[in-house]
Write a protein that binds this ligand. Structure first.
Ligand SMILES: NC(=O)c1ccc[n+]([C@@H]2O[C@H](COP(=O)([O-])OP(=O)(O)OC[C@H]3O[C@@H](n4cnc5c(N)ncnc54)[C@H](O)[C@@H]3O)[C@@H](O)[C@H]2O)c1
Length: 357
């Protein structure tokens, strides 16, 4: 049996990953360490909370005593570090939490894992530290070209800079101590359980409440989108087959402008909802409104994922069209999940950002 310490498992990608792994493997044990910030939501894991292959620990990855106690209590084989402050806009307003969690937190996990896994001669067999990073560490692209694993690290906002810093720490543990590590840098994810401050659930949520659809700048910023289950599958590949010390880019080869994304969501909702609902909420492109651009808004991200295709035989399987249908359907089927979030801290955040300005 293999034991995984998954950090940030109550968030969007972490919770999808835990579902994916428990479904795929019978003989694993997952410890989910999550601080339950505004972005962490245990409802995401309701269906597996009683599974005896899973346990939840509420806590901060910066809490060295707690992290050490987990490594003492369990023979942890893999640490998969999703825990992060993850929203660029929040990093522009309040970067300190990003430095604390994304950099210091990663450092604590590395240090504790090193202490637990390092022996007098070499490292215990079969251990790995996987850092879940992002394509945003590479900065912004012009109209052409792709990020490869060799692209320079040129983050342009505090979120991206904190993730890049963590990546450098992880790489330094490989170079200095030969710690068994990998780093994955993935494109923008979409799918179930994504907090509604991010583009896709924000637009679906606003459509379902008759609100405006705010788009930054000219709406032509480009992101490369991947369905979250494809990301989980890629992580699984890297954990089990990734060459130690290597970085793997993960992408779905789906470049879309923000405006294209919003129009796709409107179109998908219109196909799925009865006419009465569409009329009731006034769902349509006339709801789109352009708002002043995000500071330092990166223009284009695009991933070259040939390394993971060629080395680990991984490719995204869910087409953009299929992924969007699944995603919109999920939010339509889980409107109570959205409602719970809409009434909490998110309501204050949304009003401050989009209504009071
Ligand atoms: N969302 C994307 O499109 C995307 C793309 C590439 C990489 N990533 C990376 O994937 C990871 C997960 O992203 P996400 O979108 O699921 O984020 P998320 O914001 O939905 O979830 C983050 C989780 O981390 C937890 N957390 C935050 N600070 C913590 C701390 N100090 N200690 C313990 N737990 C803490 C939160 O409670 C939350 O459950 C992040 O590292 C992010 O940088 C995300």
């Amino acid at each position: 049996m293999r034991t995984y310490l998954v950090t940030g498992g109550a968030g969007f990608i972490g919770s999808n990953f835990i579902h994916y792994m428990l479904k795929k493997y019978k003989d694993i044990f997952i410890i989910n360490l999550d601080k339950l910030t505004y972005a962490g939501n245990l409802t995401n894991l309701k269906s597996i909370e009683k599974d005896d292959r899973y346990t939840f620990v509420k806590g901060d990855i910066r809490d060295i005593v707690l992290v050490e106690s987990l490594f003492d209590q369990y023979e942890i084989d893999y640490t998969v570090n999703f825990a992060a402050e993850s929203h660029v806009d929040r990093s522009i307003q309040n970067p300190i939490e990003f430095v604390k969690t994304n950099i210091e937190g990663t450092f604590v996990l590395l240090e504790v894992a090193k202490k637990a896994w390092r022996q007098e001669k070499g490292w215990k067999e079969g251990k790995k530290f996987l850092q879940i990073s992002t394509d945003e560490v590479y900065g912004s692209l012009g109209e052409t070209g792709f990020f490869t694993e060799e692209s320079p690290i040129q983050p342009r906002n505090p979120y991206a800079a904190s993730k890049a810093s963590a990546d450098l720490l992880v790489q330094s543990y490989f170079n200095t101590y030969h710690m068994p590590v990998n780093i994955t840098r993935c494109a923008n994810n979409y799918g179930p359980y994504q907090f509604p401050e991010k583009l896709i659930p924000l637009m679906i949520n606003n459509c379902l409440h008759g609100k405006g659809l705010p788009i930054y700048g000219d709406g032509k910023n480009i992101r490369d989108w991947i369905y979250v289950e494809d990301h989980s599958r890629a992580i699984d590949h890297v954990i089990h087959r990734g060459r130690l010390g290597q970085v793997y880019n993960i992408g779905g080869k789906n470049e879309k402008t923000n405006i294209e994304m919003v129009k796709t969501i409107i179109c998908t909702l219109k196909k799925m909802l009865p006419e009465t609902e569409i009329q009731k909420w006034g769902i349509g492109e006339e709801r789109i409104r352009y708002v002043s651009d995000r500071k330092g808004h990166d223009r284009r991200y695009a991933i070259d994922a040939r390394k993971i295709w060629n080395e680990l035989n991984w490719k995204a399987q869910v087409s953009f069209q299929e992924g969007m249908i699944k995603t919109v359907q999920w939010y339509l089927d889980h409107q109570e999940w959205l409602e719970d979030i809409n009434t909490g801290e998110y309501k204050r955040y949304y009003e401050k950002k989009y209504i009071q300005g």
